[in-house]
Design a protein around this ligand. Structure first.
Ligand code: AQP
Length: 329
């Protein structure tokens, strides 16, 4: 990666953040921010594509900002801001709805198909249109790289298509971004169903470990995690996806390499392995929560205010060029 590459990424406050969000997204950001110009958002207008309780939503916005800080995002270097505070995101999404995006593009999106299921006519237009708002988020900041988990790769591909079509029509306005998926832990799977991604809005709370779960709850969830047939410890994502998922979590939260973990756990049964994994997860959560709890709401609000001002300056400058290009200014 070139030095000072522009990076954009975000998380929507649709539930309490999970170790999947940490492994697949936030932990990568902490590394990436060292040498790059990063913008990290709490993309709250994405969360309201499905019904949210207003008080919960407000609390989660602050909690996500605090999570970024507790995980090691440095607000002096990187911009941390709340998407809804910058009107340019929704303005640009509307423009891209009209130029660059076709209905057929959105109908292909796997996440929409998964989330809407067989009720496509009953879900909000926002859920269908979500990838266009995401394209606006990325394109406003001229992001070159978008670090995401595997599940969001398709949306970044669509962003590239939208940007190219817009540029063809109006001249080179947008930078064409690229998705960057961290190989290990790109897709952390549900603890109760290893064929499904671990998701913060999963109705089954046993499927995910929230970053703010108490150690007892986290331990219980690990001990109840489904396993595959077989009783030795081996890494085989095709035939033993549940165990492969647990090994990935162990490796990423315990800072270990999978082959080494397999070697060290040879001869152990699932019960013993899960106990060791639970210890690693609990230790990680305790460290994380200690940092999280030491950050006040006031401090977090200040970071968001500063981030808003910095993001606003970049977004407004970009919007001026876009408004001129399409002829409304
Ligand atoms: N299970 C996961 N494994 C790896 N990465 C993941 N991410 C989410 N879940 C996993 C990554 O976290 C970032 C933020 O995602 P988001 O909240 O904006 O959207 P999402 O992918 O829809 O996340 P969830 O947790 O699944 O939310 P819900 O349940 O509300 O839909 C992204 O980079 C994502 O790849």
């Amino acid at each position: 990666m070139k030095k000072e590459t522009k990076i954009f990424s975000g998380i929507k406050p649709s539930g309490d953040l999970t170790i999947g969000n940490y492994i697949g997204a936030i932990s990568q950001w902490v590394e990436i921010q060292k040498d790059n110009e990063c913008v990290f958002s709490i993309v709250d207008y994405h969360a309201i594509t499905v019904k949210q309780d207003p008080a919960d939503l407000r609390r989660r916005i602050l909690d996500i900002a605090k999570t970024y800080l507790a995980a090691g995002i440095d607000p002096k270097k990187s911009i941390i801001f709340q998407q809804s505070q910058i009107p340019a995101h929704t303005e640009l999404a509307w423009i891209l709805n009209c130029t660059g995006t076709n209905m057929a593009d959105l109908k292909k999106m796997t996440q929409f198909k998964d989330k809407a299921g067989d009720k496509q006519d009953g879900v909000s237009v926002g859920l269908f249109d979500y990838p266009v708002l995401m394209a606006a988020d990325i394109l406003l900041y001229d992001a070159q790289i978008v670090p995401v988990g595997e599940d969001q790769k398709q949306h970044v591909e669509l962003t590239r298509d939208i940007a190219k079509r817009f540029n063809n029509e109006y001249g080179t306005i947008f930078t064409i971004p690229e998705a960057r998926v961290h190989k290990a832990g790109a897709r952390v799977m549900s603890l109760s169903d290893p064929t499904k991604k671990m998701a913060k809005s999963d109705e089954s709370k046993l499927g995910y470990i929230a970053l703010l779960d108490s150690p007892e709850v986290a331990r219980k969830k690990i001990m109840k995690a489904v396993t595959d047939s077989g009783d030795d410890i081996d890494y085989d994502p095709i035939n033993r996806p549940a165990l492969a998922n647990l090994l990935t979590i162990y490796a990423r939260l315990g800072n270990r390499e999978i082959p080494r973990l397999v070697k060290d756990n040879k001869g152990k049964g699932y019960g013993e392995f899960k106990k060791a994994l639970a210890d690693v997860v609990v230790k990680f959560l305790e460290n994380f929560q200690e940092k999280f709890n030491s950050i006040s709401d006031e401090e977090t609000e200040k970071v968001l205010e500063d981030g808003k001002n910095r993001a606003l300056a970049i977004a407004e400058e970009k919007m001026k060029k876009i408004r001129q290009a399409i002829g409304v200014r």
